[in-house]
Design a protein around this ligand. Structure first.
Ligand SMILES: [Zn+2]
Length: 514
């Protein structure tokens, strides 16, 4: 076995060396050609641009909290990411980046399309294609208009497979581990089409639950026995098993899925607030921290493999996450369904051509949907038509401020077991957070407003305060959009054109809507 492993490693290294030479050859070529735009900036005709287009690598570490990459972060996992810290010191670290959704599929779809979830409509991991035909992904634009070689290497069923979000990727592979970066990236490089810039999208499951490295190695399961695998424990025990014990979780999901998953959902969503267990949270944080440390070491392998291939030359490298993770901060565990900052904030580190170098720290608010519009801007390419995301290229050097980022959880179904009982959306700037929730059963709205500078843990709801805090017009426009989106979703759920009433009135009327 040792000999076979040694041969496999030698083969992988040889592959990397060959591909590296091959990359160096390709990168020395110039594409040549021209691009034509309409007066409004819309792309009319392209073909090639008279210079070398930059490459793009996006690495999404599923469920990585923003504070995992920050010194002194609240999750106390900051020292678990020395490599990401060193990467941030080479590039630009956006410390106020946030997702447009609290869970994987809509968040990844926002990243890939530049659209908010209510517009791209990707909510169901079982549906393929996940996006409406009219939606164009950045992968499609880059592949079809600019000749990019596009590939996605992923490791999560929550993205729904190649037919769900795979449009525009000429290569889509599942089962990608950061540990296998050298071999997998080597074979990707060899399969690449010569003479073309590339877009590589990598979405790994580290450090998603079940936390910790050992949970990724799953044993073969025995055949189900009659009555075997029936869940009869307490909800907190179900949550513990789900989050910490990969093999047993897999067994229970296969053989007693609904009953087990209902217990998990009950505790992570509502049960924890009634029955908080600090010892469980300490155990979860510790295991998560181990997973984060493992992910960080994996990113180091990933970047080393790209460097070995020469694939970071003229390349923008983006490292981010699709959402964070809750450890009881607002009475919940995990992610999805809630828009608190421990779930919405994501790390965002970008390294590449100017201005993405020099260890800058940007504290303006930007969102996942803005990332690829920023790449198009950097590359000098025409933007996607009518998208929500905006380029933050000029935010990096402080020539522009960031903007409020919208996040939404307005439609489900998440999976076969889960049904949402609320509709919720938020607007988040670096200073403020507004959240509007519609309770489907009670048919009532609830507003929340937090001062993120004074109250980053979102503990004091200023929507109930006596005096309205001063909010700038930009933020109020985002609040208006949130209200409209939630009202539309609530009306759609009420069915047969029945209009659902406006939220409020709220006490401080911060934006003067009432
Ligand atoms: Zn995710």
């Amino acid at each position: 076995v040792r000999r076979r492993a040694a041969i496999a490693i030698a083969a992988a290294l040889a592959l990397v060396a060959c591909a590296g030479a091959w990359f160096a050859l390709q990168d020395s070529r110039d594409s040549g050609g021209s691009t034509t735009y309409a007066s409004d900036g819309r792309l009319l005709r392209d073909v090639r641009v008279p210079r070398q287009l930059p490459n793009l690598v996006v690495l999404v570490l599923d469920t990585l909290r923003a504070d995992a990459v920050e010194p002194g972060g609240a999750s106390r996992v900051d020292t678990a990411t020395p490599f990401l810290g060193s990467l941030a010191a080479r590039g630009v670290h956006f410390v106020q980046a946030s997702s447009n959704s609290p869970w994987t599929m809509p968040a990844a779809a926002s990243l890939l399309t530049g659209l908010h979830p209510s517009r791209h409509g990707a909510f169901d991991s079982r549906q393929a294609p996940a996006l409406p035909a009219a939606v164009t992904t950045v992968a499609e634009l880059l592949a079809h208009a600019y000749g990019y070689d596009t590939a996605a290497l992923v490791d999560t069923a929550w993205l729904g497979g190649p037919d769900a979000l795979g449009q525009g990727f000429s290569r889509y592979e599942d089962g990608f581990w950061l540990e296998d970066s050298a071999a997998r990236l080597g074979s990707w490089a060899q399969a690449r089409e010569p003479g073309r810039p590339f877009f590589l999208y990598v979405h790994t499951l580290e450090p998603h639950d079940p936390y910790g490295r050992e949970n990724r190695v799953l044993p073969d399961l025995p055949a189900p026995r009659p009555g075997g695998g029936r869940w009869s424990g307490e909800p907190w025990e179900a949550a513990r098993t789900y989050l910490l014990d990969g093999p047993r979780r897999r067994h229970l999901m296969l053989y007693d899925g609904p009953r087990f998953f209902d217990a998990v959902l009950e505790y992570t969503t509502y049960g924890y607030a009634r029955d908080p267990r600090p010892e469980l949270v300490a155990e979860l944080r510790s295991a998560y921290r181990e997973g984060v440390r493992w992910a960080d070491a994996g990113v180091e392998r990933f970047v080393a493999a790209l460097e070995g291939l020469g694939a970071l030359e003229n390349t923008l490298l983006v490292v981010t996450s699709d959402h964070g993770e809750a450890f009881g901060e607002h009475g919940i565990l995990g992610h999805g369904r809630f828009l608190h900052d421990e779930i919405l904030r994501v790390p965002l580190v970008m390294v590449g051509p100017e201005p993405f170098r020099g260890g800058k720290i940007v504290s303006s608010s930007v969102g996942l949907a803005d990332v690829l519009p920023t790449f198009l801007d950097l590359a000098g390419l025409a933007p996607l038509d009518d998208v929500d995301g905006r380029s933050f290229l000029r935010v990096v050097d402080g020539d522009e401020y960031g903007w409020p980022v919208l996040a939404e959880e307005l439609r489900h179904p998440l999976n076969a077991f889960e049904a949402n009982d609320v509709l919720v959306a938020s607007a988040r700037s670096e200073g403020w957070k507004y959240v509007l929730t519609y309770d489907l059963a009670a048919q009532t709205f609830r507003e929340e407003l937090y001062d993120l500078l004074l109250d980053p843990a979102e503990t004091t709801n200023l929507a109930d305060a006596e005096r309205a805090p001063p909010l700038d017009p930009d933020f109020c426009r985002a609040v208006a959009r949130v209200r409209l989106n939630v009202e539309e979703a609530a009306t759609a759920r009420a069915g047969s054109g029945r209009a659902v009433g406006r939220p409020g009135p709220t006490r401080p009327e911060p934006c003067g809507f009432h």
